[in-house]
Design a protein around this ligand. Structure first.
Ligand code: SAM
Ligand code: DTB
Ligand code: SF4
Length: 324
């Protein structure tokens, strides 16, 4: 039932199906593998902001672009703990700490991140990090500290990658995903639409994800948040149907994954988000900020959950299934 041998043609056929058929098919697969009323709620925290040496064309945190993002050195462990406690109190069960690093270096800052991971894991939340490239050893250290998941996006297809980022390669990304997998950390990997890529690039990214030796446990689908000062500041907003096609296709080809309706929700109505849940999305980022850009706050999301009869998923549910 779970396939890792999808072909480009098969994925293209799914992606291009009549949209209501596509939603129906994805909704059916969703119900075979998940409780469709349940949505995983994650909170992001930027623990080290801005000043990044990479040139990702979408990113407000790249040092070379002149954006309004204020550089902030690595936060203190106590401050991070406070934010995690607040996130838990407002209903999040996953806490993801992001750093504007090209890669992890073996220094005091990494030791501090390991302490953050240790601390947050004592709260009973699923702890996630997104810190850039990792070696095998660094992945193992994070695992030993209690890290549950690691986010590392492919962002787009291998063919389009060079148009968006020149300071690292697609293979660098895949290597880190392999290190994360080897350390038995849950893999979170997805991408962004609305960067000027073609449909073939969207399908290409999904093909790479769905033909990894094991599918990622989470697949974030971000709509580009165009930020002034970045090369992609003038990109047009993607239509909800493009989000729906991405989400539904991811749901059908990676049925067990949590598909996350990620960046871009501030520009979507409740009804548009409902279509995304119908198409198989079952996770969101909560709180009034993503890493540096706005996100619908807790009050709006709680109201949305009420209208759509959704409820937050408990933490570590997958592990319980394994041990049950
Ligand atoms: N520096 C690390 C890295 O690049 O892997 C971790 C942090 S980075 C900000 C995490 C992810 O955020 C990126 O891979 C990208 O997919 C997403 N992202 C960054 N800026 C974005 C934007 N303006 N719109 C949508 N997604 C964005
Ligand atoms: C992901 O796929 N999206 C999140 C998370 N993983 C780290 C980040 C979105 C960032 C949007 C731009 C910002 O807020 O800086
Ligand atoms: Fe740096 Fe990550 Fe932003 Fe790229 S996406 S510029 S690596 S913070």
């Amino acid at each position: 039932m779970i396939r890792n041998n999808w072909t480009r043609e098969e994925i293209a056929e799914i992606y291009n199906a009549p949209v209501l058929e596509l939603i129906y098919r994805a909704a059916t697969v969703h119900r075979q593998h998940h409780d469709a009323q349940e949505v995983q709620v994650c909170t992001l925290l930027s623990v080290k902001t801005g000043g990044c040496p990479e040139d990702c064309a979408y990113c407000p945190q790249a040092a070379r672009y002149h954006t309004d993002v204020k550089v902030h050195k690595l936060m203190e462990v106590e401050e991070v703990m406070q934010k995690a406690i607040e996130a838990k109190e407002t209903g999040s069960t996953r806490f993801c700490m992001g750093a504007a690093w090209r890669e992890v270096r073996d220094n005091k800052d990494f030791d501090k991140v390991l302490d953050m991971v240790k601390g947050v894991s004592t709260l009973g939340m699923e702890v996630c990090c997104t810190l850039g490239m990792l070696s095998n050893e660094q992945a193992e250290k994070l695992k030993a500290a209690g890290l549950y998941a690691y986010n590392h996006n492919l962002d787009t297809s291998e063919e389009f990658y060079g148009d968006i980022i020149s300071t690292r390669t697609y293979k660098d990304r895949l290597d880190t995903l392999e290190h994360v997998r080897k350390a038995k950390i849950s893999v979170c990997s997805g991408g962004i639409i609305g960067m000027g890529e073609g449909e073939g690039d969207r399908i290409g990214m999904l093909l790479t994800l769905a033909t990894l030796p094991e599918h990622p446990e989470s697949v974030p689908v971000n709509a580009l948040v165009p930020v002034e000062g970045t090369p992609l500041e003038d990109q047009e907003k993607v239509s909800v149907w493009e989000m729906v096609r991405m989400i539904a296709t991811a749901r059908i080809i990676m049925p067990r994954a949590m598909v996350r309706l990620s960046a871009g929700r501030v520009r979507m109505t409740l009804e548009e988000q409902a279509l995304c849940f119908m198409a198989g999305a079952n996770s969101i980022f909560a709180g009034d900020k993503l890493l540096t850009t706005p996100n619908p706050g807790t009050i709006l999301d709680q109201a949305m959950f009420q209208v759509l009869n959704l409820r937050p998923r408990q933490a570590y549910k997958n592990l319980e299934k394994v041990s049950a």
